[in-house]
Design a protein around this ligand. Structure first.
Ligand SMILES: Nc1c(N[C@@H]2O[C@H](COP(=O)(O)O)[C@@H](O)[C@H]2O)[nH]c(=O)[nH]c1=O
Length: 161
């Protein structure tokens, strides 16, 4: 059986929905960004789909990331027109700021070393790897991008540059 996650020496499979996992976007670890306090990465990401302050505020107030995702779901309302172009950058910002606000998140990301990080979602071929593992894995890519930046910052700090 392929699922659940197959972790090996060089790859880590994880789910962004597992709130307790430090690489998850659903964990309730608040951070400040763009003048608001966001309860989770998912809250910020969903709110940024829309220009309406009312809708953003509603998403920000959702008690769980799952509820924030439901309000922002493309099944209910269409995101702003440039969303598909900016969504990965928005997610990257949220993951980076979350890591800078929560040392345990930064440590968990850095702890993955050079391993390939794969968001394990049978249904999502965009953020995850999809059922056949051929998906784009954009969420895994985002975490790896943030990991490279955190590592660079750590190395700069230790060499005193
Ligand atoms: N964002 C995206 C997809 N996202 C799909 O829609 C679901 C909700 O998306 P999101 O709002 O991004 O979390 C997500 O779980 C995934 O299945 N799919 C695609 O082909 N292309 C995209 O650009």
């Amino acid at each position: 059986m392929l699922f659940p996650h197959e972790n090996t020496n060089d790859q880590i499979y994880f789910s962004r929905y597992e709130c307790e996992h430090l690489l998850s976007s659903h964990g309730l670890r608040s951070f400040e960004l763009d003048g608001h306090t966001w309860p989770s990465i998912e809250h910020y990401f969903q709110a940024m789909k829309f220009d309406s302050d009312v809708l953003r505020e509603r998403i920000c107030q959702a008690p769980t990331a799952e509820q924030a995702a439901k309000i922002g779901s493309r099944w209910y309302r269409r995101p702003k027109s440039n969303w598909s172009k900016i969504q990965v950058v928005v997610m990257t910002r949220a993951v980076y700021i979350s890591a800078k606000s929560h040392p345990e998140v930064a440590a968990a990301i850095l702890d993955t070393g050079e391993k390939l990080l794969v968001e394990d979602d049978s249904y999502d071929y965009f953020w995850g790897c999809g059922r056949d593992r051929r998906g784009e894995n954009n969420y895994g890519q985002v975490i790896m991008k943030v990991r490279a930046k955190l590592l660079e910052e750590q190395q700069t700090a230790s060499t005193g540059e």
